[in-house]
Design a protein around this ligand. Structure first.
Ligand code: SAM
Length: 276
């Protein structure tokens, strides 16, 4: 194996999802960099792989420090497989700082793709896939959660978040307040025995979880805003297009009717554009 860092995706529930390439890299790498050596060794055992090689940790609390050692190993001719507890490394998991340094210091990086919870969830959801934004874990504090949702509200894309079972109802309540009746989806236990994907408004999903206690790992998705909820910052572009074809009065009326913009504000904007 060539020296360098191999980013290896591992199963998120079903062991049969490990790729042949992942298996071969894990078996042949000189060193395994992982979040937790016990979980990594258990994974190796489940996959029938040999655990007699160095396993070193790379997690949120030691990434900077341990990255230096891993880079040195790679520079000295070693192959290092980077895995997380499950799924794709670097995606709400450690590895970013290490890979950034590899790029800066000319150490080779290879990707061995495979399961990634956010992609699997999006595929299952039936929500638009042409534009999506992954926003990682939802903060635990009420204010931070609300601020995050408000900041993302106008984005014209399906929003994807990682969330835990014990917080999902609280999160859905806030999501309902901020995103209103937009369709949402919760994909849980993906690739496991009780995999399911539930769609509905926040209120409908809360009802569902009040009847059946939420369990397992989950991904929350929120559909993009409807045309009339789209961000106000587009107003000027839209107005310019309207003004190119219509009178000021008609352009303002069209924008107010189509997008629900404030009439006085749009009128003032239109006057400014006309006077440019
Ligand atoms: N890096 C991993 C990935 O992207 O595949 C994710 C790691 S992150 C620490 C763990 C979160 O991913 C969980 O809290 C959950 O939100 C999501 N997740 C992981 N496995 C899942 C599964 N089988 N079903 C649903 N969500 C899952």
């Amino acid at each position: 194996m060539k020296n360098g860092i191999y980013i290896v995706a591992t199963p998120i529930g079903n062991m049969a999802d490990v790729s042949e390439r992942a298996r071969s890299v894990l078996q042949n790498a000189d060193v395994i960099a992982c979040e937790d050596t016990r979980i990594a060794k258990k994974l190796f055992t489940l996959l029938g792989l040999e655990t007699r090689k160095p396993f070193i940790t790379l997690h949120d609390h030691n990434e900077e420090e341990h990255a230096a050692g891993i880079l040195e190993m790679a520079k000295n001719g070693n192959s290092i497989a980077l895995i997380s507890d499950a799924g794709s490394p670097l995606i709400s998991d450690p590895g970013y700082k290490l890979i950034r340094r590899c790029r800066q210091e000319g150490v080779c990086v290879y990707t061995i793709p495979g399961p990634c919870a956010l992609i699997c969830a999006l595929q299952l959801s039936g929500l638009p896939t042409n534009k999506f934004m992954f926003a990682g874990f939802i903060p635990n504090k009420d204010k931070a959660r609300e601020d995050l949702f408000n900041n993302l509200k106008g984005i014209d894309a399906t929003l994807i978040f990682y969330e835990t079972a014990n917080r999902i109802v609280k999160t859905l309540k806030k999501a309902g307040e901020v995103f209103g009746n937009r369709e949402m989806s919760v994909a849980r236990e993906i690739t496991k025995m009780y995999e399911e994907c539930l769609n509905g408004t926040a209120e409908e999903l809360i009802c569902r979880f009040e009847k059946n206690e939420p369990r397992g790992e989950m991904v929350l998705m929120v559909s993009p805003p409807a045309e009339k909820e789209k961000p106000y910052q587009n107003a000027e572009d839209l107005l310019r297009q309207e003004l190119a074809q219509n009178s000021l009065k008609t352009a303002v009326r069209n924008l107010v009717e189509k997008y629900g913009f404030n009439k006085n504000e749009i009128y003032e904007l239109a006057l400014r554009i006309k006077n440019e």
